[in-house]
Design a protein around this ligand. Structure first.
Ligand code: ZN
Length: 332
């Protein structure tokens, strides 16, 4: 004969102890109390989580550090478009986070699924280590991203928790559906990050961030406009070092897609030099004019490497003085 005493029975004291000669599975009274007990544990864990989230957001909001969050569809996209600018922000004392909206589990010719996702997460973490920034990979499938309410809420939480001053994202007219929908999702979050009753467990921002688009070559419906151009001459090798972390992409998958796998050098030093040649581009007239605007004629005309950004119409619209406040590398 066994007498079952559940934990709630002990905690509630002998006066409320319920003894039973049947198992909990057969005793309705036990089952009811056991469920209530589980609910109490869930509630207290939830309260702790909410308190912890609120405290970390308030802490982030309490200092004046410039805070930058960049979104990419895959765990190398932010690196391609903004690793150099991230390195300059990091050197100036800003807090930088890269977020990949999918886990990249379809981006390889030989590997896929959980094995590839784990490899790409490790590559992203290595890139973050080399840049001195944070990197988070969200567990949405590669190649299947849709602009759903669920993913929009993931993005809103990320921007709020980071207390972002600057949000970077692709334009929503990219060739790749994951890139395109990442652009849409960030646009859809652009106003909602300040609405307190939406996702109330993560405090809403009191000020709307500046939203910026990465550079791309797409011409329709309108070409990219280089509102801000950042010279990377001081950090180009650091950017290439960050890209070099994504071995599965830059030395395997992307060359395979392009039919150029045989061109990738086997030697580790040679392949990094090859990557630098492949990943730097000539400076067009629009970008050159933007570099001259931000750096002056001498330095702007001398710049060899750059990243450029377009100001999104959503979010706060910064003037030139505010842009120089937000981008310490543009202060002359
Ligand atoms: Zn991508």
């Amino acid at each position: 004969m066994d007498i079952l005493l559940t934990r709630w029975g002990d905690r509630n004291g002998p006066g409320r102890r319920h003894e039973c000669r049947r198992g909990t599975h057969e005793c309705a009274r036990h089952k009811r109390r056991f469920s209530r007990d589980l609910l109490r544990i869930d509630n207290s864990w939830m309260r702790f989580l909410l308190l912890w989230t609120s405290m970390s957001v308030l802490l982030a909001q309490s200092n004046n550090m410039i805070r930058v969050i960049a979104f990419g569809a895959h765990p190398d996209d932010c690196d391609i478009r903004a690793a150099g600018t991230a390195a300059l922000f990091q050197a100036a004392g800003a807090a930088v986070k890269f977020v990949s909206v999918t886990n990249g589990d379809a981006g390889h010719q030989n590997m896929h699924g959980a094995e590839l996702a784990a490899r790409r997460l490790a590559e992203a973490k290595e890139s973050a280590r080399r840049l001195g920034i944070e990197y988070e990979v969200l567990n949405n499938h590669d190649g299947e991203l849709l602009p759903t309410l669920e993913v929009r809420k993931q993005i809103i939480r990320q921007i709020r928790q980071w207390n972002a001053d600057i949000v970077l994202a692709p334009r929503p007219n990219d060739y790749h559906p994951d890139h395109r929908y990442t652009g849409v999702l960030v646009q859809d979050a652009a106003y909602m990050v300040v609405v307190p009753h939406l996702i109330p467990e993560v405090p809403a921002l009191r000020k709307n961030p500046v939203f910026l688009y990465y550079e791309d070559n797409f011409q329709r419906p309108n070409p990219f406009r280089p509102d801000i151009a950042v010279s990377l001459d001081a950090v180009i090798d650091k950017k290439i070092d960050a890209l070099d972390s994504h071995v599965s992409q830059f030395y395997e998958w992307l060359p395979w897609v392009d039919g150029r796998l045989a061109e990738v050098p086997a030697d580790l030093v040679e392949r990094k030099a090859w990557l630098k040649r492949a990943r730097t581009r000539a400076i067009n007239a629009g970008v050159r004019a933007s570099l001259v605007k931000w750096y002056g004629s001498e330095k702007g005309n001398a710049a060899k490497y750059y990243e450029a950004f377009e100001i999104c119409e959503y979010g706060v619209q910064p003037g030139e003085a505010r842009i120089r406040e937000l981008f310490p590398m543009l202060r002359n």
